[in-house]
Design a protein around this ligand. Structure first.
Ligand code: GDP
Ligand code: IMO
Ligand code: MG
Length: 428
């Protein structure tokens, strides 16, 4: 039985929540391995719509155990409010497992995130303001606070004090802010400790045992390949590794245990926040994609920047993740265009370039080279099989598959669970 990674192949918001939820009914564990509540994953079940930020999308499937791995950064207040929000809607969340090694986002991380962005001015990243970057920075600087620290008060006090010593200097002297009292932070964190305790577990041991017993484990990425701190459009990235390798470090499972890596790929491209985006549209087509696709951020409510499909990026995602499959989403949004441009390569300094340039300066002035594919006007939201799609929609999918370097094994034709065409099973 397989262990699968499901991740974003572009700049996030590809439809990972829907894809995870679709598989959730057939898998035993769904594991978040990086990121935090910067994610916004939408799941539509019947007439119910859920927006999940921190919890794995598998939480909506009754048979499935949701897991927050060690690589995730956890805001305990958000965790508890997301859990109670789901409980109020009748969702059982009692099976949740939370790694004791996951790092905690505290109020000082959120403060530092916001003041840093303000300080950067027009050079800002456009973060979600959820404290993600500062929390990962503390983890790497070895002054982070972990979930397990909540259960040793004296250690917690020492660690918070150590973290704030330096931060307060910066807040007061550089940003002209009031220093944060460590005692208040400790007090607040301790109010969460008992409520969170029932979920805390040795998730690495549990997941490895599960895989060895033949259980199906799905690792759900947040963000996307181009937002990866190593492989994305640095510095306009998030502070973790959404790419496939991140699933191993962020869950404590070796690469030899992973059988499939599925890239979630939108039939066009979107991005939130600052940074380069070669196929971005500033015309009525961009506005139409935004409106028809409902491209507004689930976490921050910001309008998403929209553009045509970029095959250079899809090929890059195949390479850095070792993708075995794609799940193509939102094909229905493209219905109605007479012709659909697809970026097949870039022009950089007068030269045609087929692969993503490793130089940031080159990528910043890459111009898309488009190929025009014929569009379709028929409603495709009821299509159940590939053969149900109009010929031109089939040709569009086949062209994307050829350019992107991995088979398209499923196609999304609407936001609902059932609005999916399954071509190859992900679970065989
Ligand atoms: P995620 O962050 O990758 O989980 O994606 P988001 O939830 O932020 O954004 C994807 C949006 O597209 C959500 O509103 C989904 O309900 C919606 N969606 C997902 N798949 C499809 C699809 O195939 N067609 C349409 N029309 N909407 C989809
Ligand atoms: P999902 O999981 C889209 C972007 C932010 C910003 C950059 C850094 O829903 O696909 P951060 O707060 O992480 O330090 O911000 O990353 N970003 C996302 N964009 N979808 C997301 O998550 C994102 N999470 C972060 O907009 O540009
Ligand atoms: Mg999202």
């Amino acid at each position: 039985m397989p262990a699968l990674v499901l991740l974003g192949a572009q700049w996030g918001d590809e439809g990972k929540g829907k894809a995870t939820d679709l598989l959730g009914g057939s898998v035993d564990y769904v594991v978040r391995y990086q990121g935090g509540n910067n994610a916004g994953h939408t799941v539509v079940v019947g007439d119910q719509k859920y927006a999940l930020h921190l919890l794995p999308s598998g939480i909506l499937s009754p048979g499935c155990t949701p897991v927050i791995g060690n690589g995730v950064v956890v805001d305990p207040a958000v965790l508890l409010s997301e859990l109670s929000g789901l409980n109020e809607r009748g969702v059982d969340t009692s099976k949740l497992l939370l790694s004791g090694n996951a790092h905690l986002i505290t109020p000082y991380h959120t403060t530092v995130d916001k003041v840093t962005e303000r300080f950067l001015g027009k050079r800002k990243i456009g973060t979600t303001g959820r404290g993600i970057g500062p929390t990962y920075a503390d983890k790497i600087n070895r002054v982070g606070i972990r979930v397990q620290d909540l259960y040793d008060e004296s250690i917690l006090e020492q660690k918070v004090e150590a973290a704030l010593d330096f931060k307060n200097q910066i807040l007061a002297k550089l940003y002209n802010r009031r220093a944060i009292e460590s005692g208040k932070i400790v007090e607040e964190l301790l109010t969460y400790a008992e409520q969170i305790k029932p979920y805390v577990a040795d998730t690495t041991l549990i997941l490895n045992n599960a895989i060895d017993e033949g259980k199906v484990v799905l690792f759900e990425g947040g963000q996307g390949t181009l937002l990866d701190v190593d492989h994305g459009t640095y510095p306009f990235v998030t502070s973790s590794n959404p790419t496939a390798g991140g699933a191993c470090t962020g869950a404590g499972v070796g690469p030899t245990k992973i059988n499939r890596v599925i890239g979630i790929l939108k039939a066009y491209t979107t991005r939130v926040g600052a940074g380069p985006f070669p196929t971005e549209l500033f015309d009525k087509d961009g506005e139409a994609l935004r409106t028809i696709g409902g491209e507004r951020g689930v976490t921050t409510g910001r309008d998403r920047r929209c553009g045509w499909f970029d095959a250079v990026i899809a090929r890059y995602a195949t390479r850095v993740n070792g993708l075995t499959d794609f799940f193509l989403t939102k094909l229905d949004v493209l219905t109605g265009w007479e012709q659909i441009p697809v970026c097949v390569a870039y022009e950089i300094d007068g030269k045609r370039v087929e692969e993503l340039p490793y130089s940031q300066s080159d990528f910043h002035h890459a111009k898309p080279i488009y190929e025009m594919l014929p569009g379709w006007s028929e409603d495709i939201t009821k299509a159940k099989t590939f053969a149900d799609l109009p010929k031109n929609a089939q040709a569009y999918v086949k062209a994307l598959e050829e350019m992107s370097g991995a088979p398209i094994s499923a196609i999304g034709v609407g936001p609902g669970r059932t609005e999916t065409i399954e071509i190859n099973s992900f679970l065989s």
